[in-house]
Ligand binder design. Structure first.
Ligand code: G6P
Length: 614
């Protein structure tokens, strides 16, 4: 949801800004822009609609000599994605970039317009530019003007501002949207996340909620929300973690799908510490975390958004299968506006790839207020959700750049499976045979994933048959139902084909009315105790001439015989391995449909990777 960068003290600042913006493009790509101070002290603004490459073309054609600048990549909230609404927004005194939403912008706009300030855009952001300018016009110094302006803002913001009178100054603030300061040699940097800063430096500090700061090329000073000057902890970033390119793959998404073998191994190693010991029984691998008393736990609440929410749905099946505990799951944007009852001392679990999703964070804060222990599963250490949690567990997926989440999901599942086992073990309900089966499943997972990725070319052929479809159905039963939901989401996100997921048994209660020969129906039906029931539902669909794509193991495919032409074989599964193996073909299938439709797979229209607005 918009990304910002800032640099002070570095020659060729425009080229450096482009580097950071490219790393942030996953946060939004409706437009991009930058502002810098010319050698004669004048402010120059360059903006373009669309992707960073459009901006790059314009920037590289200019003669620029500057060492201070700010940049922005936009995911439109207020106002269409056109050049006027693109950031930076500017006045005669300053230029500003913003990530977040200013909720009281309408009142401020009325007030500032009445004073004669000429608004140029439809954005909420522009009011900040004119508000700071108004305080400067009243005679305040730059820092005081920004301090006074942000005190009047309601909503979320990460801000960076440069001023035409000040060649060695960037002022910024953080409230509700992430921002980090990077330290270089005779240069300072600013970025929405560590990934952006990794282009410049490995030394950084994260700003806290309510922080206001100024930076010059030799350092930064930070004032906290209580008005005290503070020092934030400076950390060293693991640049290898932050670095990411497509390698030999055509798209990040495909690379990330194929990375699942290695990343899942890393997450299994991380959780179970298998590197150091070969567990004989679960006591060896379930020592952590001491902060949570799983034994007395009566209820567990799992909350997330998007793909991470479907990971919660899978976990519900596992936890219910293994342990006697009440479990509630919800999408964060609904959960936080209900009034869910939570007994003091319960456990609330938040799942987020980015660790920055605004709704998930708001739900976390709500649960904290009601006395829940907070456990988070995130892919980005030091993200806001990590920092606000009592305990965090880290998926080892590495940076995920493709907007449609793939490897983050399966890595979340590894940790959630561990969580289910942990609860059952602590509650003393895990039978020995099941313990062995679980340990074996986890050890086998990377190999199974590798096997599951073998049939990808066949999926391309099947994908070519549905590119013209207007709508598709995804069906699954039991633990394959959430995978049907995730599969449908993948197809929607990148192919723009409407796709709807249903519990297979619900077909006859409505969606079967949609079925005819033009509707592809993707069915997840491994050969397990639910197979016969799903097989009957598949028969009902075949009878209505739909184009069935069946994802099952050898026994399942054999049982359906040659009634089904489009067949994808997955390895034999059990309830623990099933979601890992069924989601792979769903990811690859969606990928090929999107590629064949010549869509932008990694940056699908209207979406952003990290949603930091509510
Ligand atoms: C966005 C992304 C999805 C992601 C969701 C939740 O919608 O495009 O891929 O699943 O946010 O993000 P999180 O970072 O909290 O997992």
């Amino acid at each position: 949801m918009c990304g910002i960068v800032g640099i002070i003290g570095k020659p060729n600042v425009e080229k450096e800004l482009l580097k950071g913006l490219k790393k942030l493009e996953y946060r939004g790509y409706d437009s991009a822009g930058m502002a810098f101070l010319d050698k004669d002290g004048g402010l120059r603004i360059l903006k373009e609609t669309g992707k960073i490459v459009n901006l790059e073309e314009v920037v590289l054609a200019q003669d620029i000599e500057s060492t201070v600048g700010i940049g922005h990549t936009r995911w439109a909230t207020h106002g269409a994605p056109n050049r006027d609404n693109a950031h930076p927004h500017f006045t005669d005194k300053l230029a500003l970039v913003h990530n977040g939403i200013i909720e009281n912008y309408k009142e401020l706009r009325v007030e500032l317009s009445a004073k004669g300030y000429p608004f140029r855009s439809e954005t909420d952001t522009e009011v900040i530019a004119w508000l700071v300018t108004d305080y400067l016009n009243q005679g305040l110094k730059e820092f005081n003007a920004v301090e006074k302006a942000v005190a009047r803002l309601k909503g979320a913001y990460a801000l960076a501002i440069i001023f035409n009178r000040c060649p060695d100054l960037i002022i910024g603030a953080r409230q509700g949207s992430p921002l980090a300061i990077g330290y270089g040699e005779d240069a300072m940097y600013l970025g929405s996340d560590a990934l952006a800063l990794s282009s410049y430096t490995d030394t950084l500090c994260y700003l806290e909620e309510g922080d206001l700061f100024f930076m010059k090329k030799r350092g930064a000073k930070i004032k906290d929300k209580h008005g005290r000057w503070v020092a934030r902890k400076i950390k060293t970033l693991d640049l290898a973690q932050a670095d990411s390119d497509k390698g030999d793959f055509d798209h990040y998404m495909l690379k990330e799908i194929f990375e699942q073998t290695q990343t899942i191994k890393k997450t299994v190693d991380y959780v179970f510490d298998l590197k150091k010991k070969t567990p004989k029984d679960l006591k060896d691998i379930l020592g952590f975390p001491a902060e949570i008393d799983f034994r007395s736990l009566k209820k567990i609440t799992l909350v997330a958004c998007g793909t991470s929410y479907y990971a919660c749905c899978v976990a519900k099946y596992w936890i219910e299968h293994l342990a006697p505990i009440s479990i509630e799951i919800d999408v964060a944007s609904e959960f936080r506006y209900r009034t869910p009852f939570m007994e003091e001392g319960g456990l609330a679990v938040f799942i987020s790839q980015s660790g920055e999703t605004a709704d998930t964070l708001a739900a976390l804060r709500y649960c904290k207020k009601y006395g829940q222990k907070i456990l988070s599963i995130v892919n980005v250490p030091e993200s806001t959700i990590d920092r606000e949690s009592d305990v965090s567990l880290f998926t080892q997926a590495g940076p995920e750049i493709g907007v449609a989440s793939t490897k983050a999901f399966t890595n979340q599942l590894v940790i959630l499976l561990w969580l289910a086992v942990k609860i059952a073990f602590e509650k003393n309900v895990l039978k020995e045979e099941k313990q062995d089966k679980l340990i074996q499943t986890l050890k086998d997972l990377p190999g199974l994933i590798e096997e599951g990725l073998q049939d990808s070319k066949k999926l391309e052929v099947i994908a070519s048959k549905i590119t013209h479809a207007k709508t598709a159905l995804y069906l699954g039963r039991g633990i394959s139902y959430p995978i049907a939901m995730e599969g449908a989401l993948k197809l929607k996100e990148i192919s723009y084909i409407h796709a709807e997921a249903y519990a297979a048994g619900e077909m006859k209660h409505g969606p079967i009315a949609l079925v005819d020969e033009s509707v592809p129906v993707v069915c997840f039906a491994p050969f397990n105790q639910l197979f016969e029931k799903t097989a009957s539902n598949i028969e009902e669909i075949i009878a209505r001439k739909a184009n069935v794509i069946l994802i099952s193991d050898k026994e399942g495919l054999d049982a359906m015989g040659d009634k089904i032409e489009n067949r994808i074989e997955i390895p034999k599964t059990n309830i623990f391995s099933e979601p890992f193996l069924t989601v792979l073909p769903a990811q690859i299938f969606a990928y090929y449909v999107a590629v064949l439709k010549e869509n932008n797979v990694d940056q699908p229209r209207n979406l952003a990777k990290s949603v930091t607005v509510e």
